[in-house]
Design a protein around this ligand. Structure first.
Ligand SMILES: C[S@@+](CC[C@H](N)C(=O)[O-])C[C@H]1O[C@@H](n2cnc3c(N)ncnc32)[C@H](O)[C@@H]1O
Length: 250
C-alpha cells in the first residue's frame, strides 16, 4: 500500500467528500483566523491545501495565501475556484517531504488529516518540520487531524454512507503496534462503476503530536477537540494543535 496517496485524491474523492467539506470550510477557516488572530495582509501557507477550500476563504478575508499540494488535479480546481471567487493566491505543486520555502510566513495551516500518509515516522514528522521552516520567527502553525484515541475507543470495523452519485463503504483494521489504521474502501456509483481503493494512515495521540511540535521548535499555545473550540477529550473527533515558533533573540 506504499504511496497510496498518489492515486487516492481525485474526482472520486471529491464525490465522497466535497459537499460536506465545502459546508464545513467557512466555520473552519474562521476558527483558524480567530485562533491565530490573523490580520489583513499577513502571509499564510496552506500545506497540503487540496482544492483550496480553506486557502480561498482565507484569501477572501484579506490574507496573502500560498497553497501547496502535490496534486495537479486539485490545484487546477483551486485555481478555477479562486478565479470565480475573484481572489489571487499563489499555488505551488510539490511533495510535502521536499517543501522548502524561505521563512516568510506569519502562519501555516495543515487541515483535515493531511499528515500520517508516509510509512516512516521520520517522513511524517517532516510534514510538521517543513511547515515550521517556512514560518517567520514568532509565526504560528495550526494543525488539524483525526484523533487516534477516539478511533480506538469507538472502533468501527465497517461503515457506509451515501456519496454524490452512489455509496461508499469502508472496512477497517488497525495495527496498534505501529498506530496505523488500514482502510479498504469501495465506492459503487449509480452507473454501476465500482472503485476499490485502500489506504493506511499513521494516527496520532495528542501527546505524540505535541511531541512533534516541540521537536520542530514550536511552543504549543492551544489545543482543541473540534472546530467549536471545545476542550480536547479522548472522544474528540479532531486533534487541533497550535504552536508558535520562537522569536529570534536580540
Ligand atoms: C485529506 S486531503 C486535505 C486537503 C485540504 N487540506 C482540505 O482540508 O481539504 C490531503 C491532501 O494532502 C495532499 N497530499 C498527499 N500526499 C502529499 C504529498 N506527498 N505531498 C503533498 N501533498 C500531499 C493530497 O493531494 C490532498 O490534497
Amino acid at each position: 500500500m506504499a504511496e497510496w496517496w498518489k492515486g487516492f485524491f481525485d474526482a472520486d474523492y471529491l464525490a465522497d467528500y466535497n459537499s460536506s467539506d465545502m459546508k464545513a470550510a467557512p466555520r473552519e477557516a474562521s476558527f483558524v483566523r480567530k485562533t491565530l488572530r490573523l490580520r489583513r495582509g499577513q502571509r499564510v501557507l496552506d500545506e497540503c491545501c487540496g482544492y483550496g477550500r480553506h486557502a480561498i476563504l482565507l484569501a477572501q478575508s484579506g490574507l496573502v495565501v500560498t497553497g501547496f499540494d502535490r496534486n495537479r488535479f486539485f490545484l487546477n480546481k483551486a485555481r478555477r475556484d479562486a478565479a470565480k471567487a475573484g481572489v489571487k493566491l499563489t499555488w505551488v505543486e510539490g511533495d510535502v517531504r521536499a517543501m522548502s520555502f524561505e521563512p516568510v510566513f506569519d502562519a501555516a495551516i495543515n487541515m483535515f488529516t493531511a499528515i500520517g500518509y508516509f510509512e516512516s515516522d521520520e517522513e511524517n514528522y517532516q510534514v510538521v518540520a517543513r511547515a515550521v521552516a517556512a514560518l517567520k520567527p514568532g509565526g504560528q502553525f495550526f494543525l488539524d487531524t483525526i484523533n487516534r484515541d477516539m478511533i480506538v475507543r469507538n472502533f468501527e470495523r465497517t461503515s457506509w454512507k451515501e456519496i454524490a452519485g452512489g455509496v461508499s463503504m469502508e472496512t477497517r483494521t488497525a495495527d496498534w503496534v505501529h498506530s496505523r489504521l488500514n482502510v479498504k474502501k469501495t465506492m459503487i456509483f449509480s452507473s454501476g462503476r465500482r472503485r476499490r481503493i485502500a489506504f493506511s494512515l499513521r494516527v496520532y495521540s495528542i501527546a505524540e503530536m505535541i511531541g512533534m511540535f516541540e521537536r520542530a521548535g514550536l511552543a504549543v499555545t492551544h489545543t482543541f477537540g473540534n472546530f467549536n473550540g471545545k476542550e480536547f477529550t479522548l472522544d474528540s473527533p479532531r486533534i487541533i494543535v497550535v504552536g508558535r515558533k520562537a522569536k529570534k533573540r536580540r
